[in-house]
Design a protein around this ligand. Structure first.
Ligand code: IPE
Ligand code: IPE
Ligand code: MG
Length: 243
């Protein structure tokens, strides 16, 4: 039997537990977000060094607008700052950065930074890094259907013709992750064992790894543990065990 470690091509992360990290230390929740933000670069670097090509992190969900306005404001401020920092980081690490989620719900200022960052890094061939902002899996599917219908009308395609040709591939191609392979491994920190509306279409056959570690504490060692777990899984995709 080969002892070779299997490395996921695409790693999805639900970075959770920033608030609890801060609370445990008697600090305001926003401090936890600051620490959480600081942990993004080292984890991306560790993932790339381990041979992972795509990383997609969940930074702000379509449901997170329900939080107190002061926390939402702080998160938006942090995200804007991260976009600025990422312009330097993407050049330094040859890293491509893309944002998934409904950008129309974000401020003009943030949209301007996102466009600049995506444009600047679009040909970079190192880590392919996606950040999910104002992202919800259900909302992404809703937007995909909207695009499919609008395009069909523009192209003069009838509803019956469209119904005949609707395929999983067509739906996938209209998601924010159109040209990105589905995640192989999904990690959620902080002990919660749920998806919270993250990439519900793309995660259909992904392996899940849950850890109690809070996101600001998540280290290269934790990542290696998750990869060890992944490496030991047998992925059958509905088929049967090989050999
Ligand atoms: C994750 O940390 C970051 C975001 C959802 C923006 P949380 O803020 O959810 O932290 P907990 O779950 O309250 O500890
Ligand atoms: C999921 O975390 C969203 C992000 C990490 C951005 P939440 O903390 O919002 O999820 P729930 O509310 O515990 O399910
Ligand atoms: Mg949380």
């Amino acid at each position: 039997m080969s002892e070779e470690k299997k490395i996921p091509m695409h790693l999805a992360i639900i970075l959770d537990g920033n608030g609890r990290w801060a609370k445990k230390r008697g600090l305001p929740r926003n401090f936890g977000h600051l620490k959480g933000c600081d942990n993004v670069e080292p984890v991306c670097k560790a993932a790339f060094d381990l041979g992972i090509k795509y990383v997609t992190m969940y930074a702000f969900s379509t449901e997170n607008w329900k939080r107190p306005q002061s926390e939402v404001d702080e998160l938006m401020k942090l995200l804007a700052k991260y976009m600025k920092d990422a312009m330097k980081l993407s050049v330094k690490h040859n890293m491509r950065v893309r944002i998934i989620g409904d950008k129309t719900g974000l401020s003009d200022e943030l949209n301007k930074l996102i466009t600049e960052l995506e444009e600047l890094s679009k040909d970079f061939t190192g880590l392919q890094f996606q950040i999910a902002i104002n992202y919800g899996g259900r909302d992404e599917i809703r937007r995909a259907f909207k695009n499919i219908l609008i395009k069909a009308e523009k192209d003069g395609v009838s509803y019956s013709e469209l119904a005949e040709n609707i395929s999983e591939e067509l739906i996938s191609k209209n998601l924010d992750t159109a040209d990105i392979p589905d995640p192989d491994l999904m990690i959620r920190t902080s002990g919660e064992q749920r998806i919270s509306n993250y990439m519900i279409w793309q995660l259909a056959y992904t392996e899940y790894f849950f850890t109690d570690t809070l996101w600001p504490d998540f280290s290269k060692k934790d990542l290696e543990e998750a990869i060890e777990f992944y490496s030991g899984r047998e992925r059958r995709f509905g088929g049967l065990k090989k050999g």
